[in-house]
Design a protein around this ligand. Sequence first.
Ligand code: MG
Length: 159
Amino acid sequence: MRIGIGYDSHRFASGRRLVLAGVEVPHTLGLAGHSDADVVAHAVTDAVLGAAALGDIGQHFPPSDPHWQDADSLELLRRAVELAAAAGYRVGNVDVTLVAEAPRVGPHIPAMREKLGLTLGTGPAGVSIKGKTNEGMGWIGRGEGIAAVAVALLRSNGP
Ligand code: MG
C-alpha cells in the first residue's frame, strides 16, 4: 500500500461556475482557474499522483497547455488514475476535507462521492468528503476562495 497527500486552493471569481468534485454547486461566485478550477478534483489528483510518486498535477497537465482550458477536472483525475494503474496501483480510498466559508456543501456531498467514486473506480464507498469552515479566519474566512486537502491510499496490483 502507498499513501499520498494533495492540497489545492482557488480564488473566487464572478462569472464562473462553482464545480466541486465534478458537481456544479449553486453559488453567487465560481472559482478562477485555467481548467474548471475544481479544487477537490485537483487535490485528489495530486494525492493519487503523490501516492504513486508520479509527480504533480502541474507537471502532467500544465496550465500553459491550451488543451486544459476550461477542462473537466475529472478528466485530469481519470488520467492520473490511469498513470497510477500503469505503475501497478489501483485506488483503495480517498478522504477529502474541503474548507470554505460558503456555500454549505453538505447537501452536495452524496453526489460528489458518486462522481469521484466513478472516476477513481472505487465507488462512493471509497470516497469520503468533509466540509468545514475556517471559523472566519484568514483568506478562507474572508470568503476569498476555497481550499481542499486530500489523502489517497493506493493498493498494489502485484502479488
Ligand atoms: Mg487547482
